[in-house]
Design a binder for this molecule. Structure first.
Ligand code: DGL
Length: 350
């Protein structure tokens, strides 16, 4: 342990001795999550997310200072199951300030993994910069045996410092991999390699502090996005209803009664829903609630006018977006239009 401490002190001293300004300027925004979590004992699985602050995270990885001039701020310190519209809007506005008004070359957001894919997609549609924005988290708490957070944070700063990551939209950096905001999905409840990139796979990887890109996103994002939260303080209300055999219509009825602006259906198969739920959806659409059909299937598109005649009912098909991402695009789409065909076009583009 003494050797490690000496090594870290030496690394920090060397890093401080390097010429300042020769390195990219990176801002880290901490929001909590397991990367900031603390377990009861290093071997236990019981832990609480969002316990340690950003300086503790940075102190654990002094090698970061070899990559970039790094400083940080704590936006919130929550488990990402508690991520919400208010934090999303604040985070998007703060990132745009940092990149467009404060001279930073990139941003890293430390975040819980449970909803990281959602925050990444929301930022993909609302960040107004081509500079890298990289989300990083961990599956093991900060004091666990073989904690994965320090390496993920180091790799995220490397990606945020890399010109190769410019113009790629918002990316997630976990387990040495770079994942695109539109396709990234958490696939396993506890494994460190939980994140996957869907049918198109990962967009790149980090090796020895270098970002290597394998492909580029083919959807609109960041500077090419029409969505702007700079003057928004709240988002339209959109809920998700899960489909299954003999499904109850009560959840969808409850969302309609609560005045939701849109409802995404995590349907069965190609976005199909039980007849009682279908009847409620048709009436909801007629009353001005926008219905989006998505699927509970982990892969495959939800196709327009397939088993359901969307054009007849003015439903939108989510195409390549899973329910949780379809909800985000529908929320932002409803800040621009309530026309189902215009919304369907946005689902084709984003
Ligand atoms: N509470 C979960 C979250 O903050 C823990 C999962 C994690 O961060 O890995 O997303």
């Amino acid at each position: 342990m003494r050797t490690l401490k000496h090594f870290m002190a030496l690394a920090l001293a060397l890093a401080m001795a390097l010429p300042i300004g020769a390195k990219p300027k990176i801002r880290i925004i901490a929001t909590g999550g397991t990367i900031a979590g603390v377990s009861v004992t290093s071997a236990s699985t019981a832990y609480t997310a969002g316990q340690v602050g950003i300086q503790t995270l940075l102190d654990a990885v002094p090698q970061i200072l070899n990559l970039a001039d790094v400083d940080g701020e704590q936006l919130v310190n929550i488990g990402s199951q508690d991520m919400n519209d208010e934090v999303w809007i604040k985070l998007a506005k703060r990132i745009n300030e940092i990149l467009n008004d404060e001279g930073y070359d990139g941003v890293v957001v430390t975040h819980g993994t449970d909803t990281m894919e959602e925050t990444a997609y929301f930022l993909n549609l609302t960040v107004k910069s081509e500079k890298p924005v990289i989300l990083a988290g961990s599956m093991r708490p900060s004091n666990a045996i073989s904690a994965d957070g320090p390496a993920n944070l180091y790799n995220a700063v490397a990606a945020a410092s890399s010109p190769a990551c410019r113009g790629m939209g918002v990316l997630c950096c976990m387990n040495n991999q770079l994942l695109d905001a539109k396709t990234v999905i958490k696939t396993h409840t506890i494994d460190c390699d939980t994140f996957e990139g869907g049918p198109s796979g990962i967009i790149g990887y980090i090796y020895n502090g270098e970002a290597h890109m394998l492909q580029t996103p083919n959807n609109k994002h960041t500077v090419n996005s029409v969505f702007d939260v700079s003057k928004i303080s709240r988002l339209p209300k959109v809920g998700i209803v899960y489909g299954y055999a003999n499904a109850s219509p009560i959840p969808m009825q409850a969302l309609v009664a609560a005045g939701f602006d849109g409802i995404v259906l995590a349907g069965v198969g190609d976005g199909n829903f039980y007849k009682d739920v279908f009847d409620v959806a048709v009436k909801a659409q007629e009353s001005g609630v926008q219905i989006v059909r998505s699927s509970r299937c982990p892969t495959g598109p939800t196709c327009l006018n397939s088993e359901v005649e969307d054009s007849k009912y003015h439903f939108v098909a989510s195409l390549d977006l899973n329910p949780q991402k379809a909800r985000i695009l529908l929320m932002l789409a409803l800040t621009k239009t309530h026309d189902w065909q215009e919304i369907q076009q946005l689902f084709k583009e984003y």
